[in-house]
Each structure stands twice: as C-alpha cells, then as structure tokens.
Ligand binder design. Structure first.
Ligand code: HAM
Length: 418
C-alpha cells in the first residue's frame, strides 16, 4: 500500500466543511475589502525565493522543496505566497492599471519542517497583498481585514501583536546595538543563535530555546528614525480609532527577510507551540529588489490548518455541507427510467440527490441511503407508477406518505425545510 508523504494530509469527509467555511469566508471578506483573487503556479524559479525570502532564513536554508526539472532549471515548490504574487505583479505589468492593487490568494505552500500539530510540510494559506500603498492607512486596513476575517469565522481567543522593525536607515544602528549586547553573552546563547549572530542578528530576538536574553536586549523602538516612528504611531492610532485590539511586542521579528517597518502576527491562545495563525507586514523594497518598479507594499497570510484547529478548540459551529438530501430508490425497469427523471427534476430545483445506480434490492438501497445520511428517500415502484404516485419517506423520523407525481418537488422541499 502506498502511504501519503510525511507532513501531508488527505482532506475529506467531515473535514471538508471547515475548508469550505474558511475559503468562502476568505473570499467574501476579500470581496468586501476590494481584493481580487490571483492564482500563481505552485512552483517558481528557486532564485525568486532566495532573493525575496532571504538567503539566511530558515525557509531558504533548510525548508525548501527544490528540484531540478528535465531542462536543468532549479525550481522550488512555493514556500509562501508573497514572492509569486509580486513576481506576477511585475511580470504582467499590473502597475499599469493603477495603484494600489489588492490581490488575495488561497492555496497550498510547502516547507520541509518537522511535522507536528499545526505544522505540515504541505499546508495552506489565505493571504492578501496590498501593492502600492506607503501610507499607515494601508497597514491599518490590512490588520483590520485580518481581524474582521477572524471575527467572521467566529474566533475570539486570539491576539494581534505588532512591532516596527525599522528601515534601511535606522535598522543598521539597531543591529549594531544588538551585536554589542549579544557579544557579551555569546557563549550562553544556543547554537542556532551563535550562527545567526553572524548572519541574521535580528533572529536572536526570536530564540525558541531561551527567550530571557532577548527580553533584556535593546529594543528597535528606541532606534526608529522619525519616519518609521511616525508611521508606527499613526498606524497604532488608526487601529485604536477603528477599535482593533492589538498588543505591542518589541521582540517580534519575522522569519522572512523582506520586511521593513510594521510587522505583525496573530496568535491563538489555545494552539500550543504553533500558535501563530497568521503573520505579515510591510515590504517596501521587495518589488524593486526582484526587478520591478518602486512599489511600497504590505500583506499577510493565515494558515488554514491552524485556523481549523482554532475553530475546533473554540467549538465554533460550522455549517454542514448540504449534500445527499434525497435518495432515490427504484424497483423495476419502468421505474428506473421514471426515477432518473424525478432525480433530474429535483436537481434542477437545487436539491442534492443521490440516485441509485446499482442493480440491487430495496433494502440494500435504503441501507445505502442511511449510510449517506440522506434525509429523505423517494421510492419509485412499478405498482405506484401505475397510479401516478411515489413513496416519500423521511429517513430520520420514519414517516412515510404516498404523493402524486406532480407534487414531488414541492413536498420534498417542504420536508427538507422541517
Ligand atoms: P509566515 O508567517 O511564514 O508568513 O506564514 C503565515 C502563516 O502560515 C503562519 O502564521 C502559519 O499560520 C502558517 N504556516 C506557516 N508555516 C506553516 C506550516 N509548516 N504548517 C502549517 N501552517 C504554517 C508568510 O508566509 C508571508 N508570506 C506572509 C505575508 C504575506 N507577508 C506579507 N504578505
């Protein structure tokens, strides 16, 4: 027997309703905020991710699914959705149709991480990118969108955490201060941090092994230049005006290198170690870096698997996928033909119908209907047909009536609504 690859999931059965619920809500909230969907390929040139996500990040160093295709090109399964989206933005000259451009995406991403609850190797994101806005209005609107999306899902046990990581003007000074601080305790920090000290000093603030050193480290907020500071303050003010609850965490740095200015994450309190249900921030230089025009931008992405865990933890009721409403059983050759016509009539009226396509007796057909959890069963028999009637049975209550052929649709609709 073949088994699925470690860190991947088959999604079916009872789980599907969560996916529909999240995807439908994501599309609806995106529509309301003026976003349009973009679907980019699952794989891109490796270089795109190395350039954008950053050579020294865990994603690029350890987690990418990279392979050579038959033409000798190095390709990578997308580990995130921002780089492909802006590649498409630049390649298709979307700037020509005016800025800002609001794009959203829903789809699978791939990272070779150690699988655990809430962490897979193939996972799914809903993400948005607001391309071409340099104003704090953009940051505030994106964070508000994230908050409204989560509320629309029915979640409450989460918090939005924000920080500013400064810009190319102010961050170098901050990095120096961090280097100095950590140089005195370098023998005490974990091995990963020792390595990152040389390559990516900001990531030391994010150490999962011992956070105590980061607590006493210098804070970016004390090093922000006037522009970054006022952008940060204005965003916070807007969030307050819009009544979006947030917390500040001056040690919040993101795992991707393309950010500057405002960064944020959303954590759910009942998710354990993998508590981030979403994250994002501003990336004003990225589009230029991959060869596009200067286009200050920002965005975020949420992990759909983690949202599902959160919905379950909070016992949020999710509407059942309304399928298999009516089962059509039939007995005899003539009945078969009539039954298929009835099935089509019901389907034209938006009713989900399972028609018996097997050569089997009535009791086996009814058993199958029960297994599919159909609410109603219509039994089409030759005797009844002669009198122009069929039997309608409520499989939940056992109630049964004979109804005239012409009243089938109306009666089925009524019974389904009860
Ligand atoms: P990220 O923080 O790497 O950001 O991922 C966003 C979300 O994807 C995480 O908060 C988490 O919920 C989910 N996620 C990440 N890795 C996994 C995994 N291995 N298994 C399950 N869920 C996971 C980005 O990807 C950025 N592109 C977000 C962004 C968009 N920034 C600007 N625009």
């Amino acid at each position: 027997m073949y088994r699925k690859i470690k860190g991947t999931e088959d999604i079916y059965g009872e789980e599907i309703k969560y996916w529909y619920f999240i995807e439908n809500t994501a599309r609806e909230v995106s529509r309301i905020y003026g976003y349009e969907e973009i679907r980019t390929p699952i794989f891109e040139r490796t270089e795109l991710f190395v350039r954008s996500v950053g050579e020294e990040t865990d994603i690029v160093q350890k987690e990418m699914y990279t392979f050579e295709d038959k033409g000798g090109r190095s390709l990578t399964l997308r580990p995130e959705g921002t780089a492909p989206t802006i590649r498409a933005f630049v390649e298709n000259s979307m700037i020509a149709s005016g800025l800002p451009r609001r794009l959203f995406y829903i789809g699978p991403m791939f990272r070779y991480e150690r699988p655990q609850s809430g962490r897979q190797r193939q996972f799914h994101q809903f993400g948005i990118e607001l391309l071409g806005s340099s104003s704090p209005l953009g940051d505030a609107e994106a964070i508000m969108l994230a908050d409204n999306f989560l509320r629309k899902l029915g979640l409450v046990d989460y918090k939005i955490v924000i920080n500013s990581i400064g810009c190319e003007k102010c961050r170098p000074k901050y990095k120096e201060a961090l280097k100095e601080y950590y140089s005195n305790i370098l023998d005490k920090v974990c091995d990963d941090c020792k390595r990152r000290y040389e390559t990516n000093i900001l990531r030391l603030l994010d150490c999962k092994v011992d956070s105590s050193y980061a607590e006493n480290a210098p804070k970016m907020k004390d090093y922000l230049c006037t522009e970054c500071k006022s952008h940060y303050e204005e965003t916070k003010k807007l969030l307050e005006t819009l009544e979006v609850a947030y917390e500040e965490n001056f040690n919040l740095v993101r795992g991707l290198d393309y950010y500057n200015g405002i960064v944020f994450e959303i954590h759910h309190s009942r998710l354990g170690a993998q508590s981030a249900i979403g994250g994002g921030g501003r990336y004003d230089k990225l589009i230029e870096e991959i060869g596009g025009p200067k286009t200050p931008s920002l965005g975020f992405a949420m992990g759909i698997e983690r949202l599902i865990i959160a919905l379950k933890k909070e016992n949020v009721p999710v509407e059942e996928w309304r399928n298999n409403e009516v089962f059509i059983a039939h007995l005899g050759h003539e009945a078969k033909i009539e039954a298929i016509k009835i099935a089509e009539e019901l389907r034209k009226n938006e009713i989900s119908v399972v028609f018996n396509t097997m050569e089997r007796g009535l009791s086996a057909q009814l058993k199958h209907a029960a297994r599919l959890k159909c609410k109603l069963c219509i039994i089409v028999g030759e005797n009844e047909l002669e009198r122009d009637v069929v039997i309608l049975r409520n499989l939940e209550t056992g109630d049964q009536v004979e109804i005239e052929r012409t009243f089938i649709v109306g009666t089925a609709k009524e019974w389904l609504q009860d």
